[in-house]
Each structure stands twice: as C-alpha cells, then as structure tokens.
Write a protein that binds this ligand. Structure first.
Ligand SMILES: Cc1cc2nc3c(=O)[nH]c(=O)nc-3n(C[C@H](O)[C@H](O)[C@H](O)COP(=O)(O)O)c2cc1C
Length: 203
C-alpha cells in the first residue's frame, strides 16, 4: 500500500513537506557573503550538496523573498564569491540564529556572537571557529523556471580544515566522529551525529 502524490497537483507547502522530510539528512551550507552597501552576511542553506570533486563544485539553492532575492544570493551576484562553513554540533544554535530574517545591513556574525575571519583567496568572511570551510567562486547560476529558488554552483578554490581534526590514516578523509556534523531534517528538526557503519564495495 502506498500513498501517492503528483507534485504538479500539490500545493507548494505539501511539496516542501514531502521533499524535505524524505531527502534526509541534508548537510547545511552556512554561507558567508559580503556586500559593499549591506556589509557582511551569514545564513544557512540545506538545499546544499557536493556536486563534483574534479573540478571541485558545490551547489546551493537559494530562495527569493516576495520582492527580491535573499541577501546571500544578492551578495553572491555582487561579488561572485562566497564561503561555505561546515555546521558542527557546537554551532547548531548559532547557525539557527543566523537564519533570522534580519533587516538589510544587520551582520549575522554579530547577531550570533560569532568571531569573523577573512578568507585568503576570495573577498568574503567566514566563521573563525567553524571546523572546516570552503572558499568558492560563482561558477554558474541556474534559473529554476517558476521556482522561487536559484541554483548556485560554486567552484571551490580553497579548503580550510581545523588542523587538530583527525584524518583517516593515510588519507585526507576527515574523521566524521571528530567533525561532528549536524544534518537538517524537516522544519526545526536536525539529526545529530550517530553510529557510523562501513561496507566495503563489491568488486
Ligand atoms: C537549517 C536551515 C536550512 C535552510 N535552508 C535554506 C535553503 O536551502 N534555501 C533557502 O532559500 N533558505 C533556507 N533557509 C532559510 C534561510 O537561512 C533564511 O531565509 C535566511 O534568512 C536567508 O538569509 P539572507 O537573506 O541573509 O540570505 C534555511 C534555514 C535553516 C535554519
């Protein structure tokens, strides 16, 4: 027995509820951006994914407000760059604070009491004590038609990992138990780090 849904016949809220409770857990891209007029900005996005390692690309889908794009997208369009900060357990509440619909010109780093640092390869801010961070240049913007979202592809031009974070022996795989990433579920729900199991791939 199945409950079946046809996306074109659903209202936007139901589509959102189905998609975001079934595509789980989602990593959170915590975007640091800058505007000459509006200052610095920090906001979380869980329509976020790793797209390709060579070239190294990430994607983030950013919504629009009724009359204008969200500040993160406006800033990426203005500067062509952004940082993606990894959200760990310690930063869950600060990350949530930065999702507030803050007025133009409010610096969410200050709002959440976060220390800000300057990326070295691009002109953008990042969360100084995030466990890891990607420096990205806008590779391409993809118009999603009627959707109130714009897909941003970012080319990673620098990766910063906290030096004390362990790597799996003989590799640069960052130890997930030490990274302690948070995953987004639906609405206000998150998934905390849990058991890790491994399965060798068949030949
Ligand atoms: C965990 C989390 C994930 C979010 N993911 C998205 C997302 O993928 N796309 C989006 O448009 N908004 C998302 N939001 C909402 C934005 O963070 C929020 O609209 C924020 O105010 C945007 O900030 P800005 O206008 O400064 O860019 C998310 C919020 C939270 C708390």
């Amino acid at each position: 027995m199945w409950d079946e849904y046809l996306p074109d016949e659903l209202d936007a809220r139901t589509r959102y509820q189905l998609l975001t409770s079934l595509v789980v857990p989602r990593p959170i891209g915590w975007l640091g951006t800058r505007s000459r007029e509006r200052g610095d900005n920090l906001a979380p996005f869980s329509y976020f994914a790793a797209v390709s390692a060579s070239p190294m690309l990430v994607s983030v889908s950013i919504g629009h407000r009724v009359d204008r794009p969200k500040d993160s997208l406006a800033n990426i369009r203005e500067t062509g760059v952004f940082t993606v900060n990894v959200v760990d357990v310690e930063h869950l509440d600060a990350m949530n604070t930065t999702s507030a619909r803050a007025p133009h010109g409010v610096d969410e780093f200050e709002l959440a009491g976060l220390e800000k640092a300057e990326a070295t390869r691009i002109d953008a801010p990042y969360v100084a004590d995030a466990p890891a961070m990607f420096e990205c240049r806008l590779e391409r913007e993809v118009d999603l038609g009627d959707a109130p979202n714009t897909l941003v592809l970012g080319r990673v031009v620098g990766v910063r990992v906290r030096a004390t974070l362990g790597r799996l022996p003989g590799t640069e795989f960052v130890d997930t138990e030490e990274l302690r990433p948070v995953g987004r579920l639906w609405g206000p729900a998150y998934m905390m780090p849990g058991d890790i199991v491994t399965r060798e791939r068949p030949d």
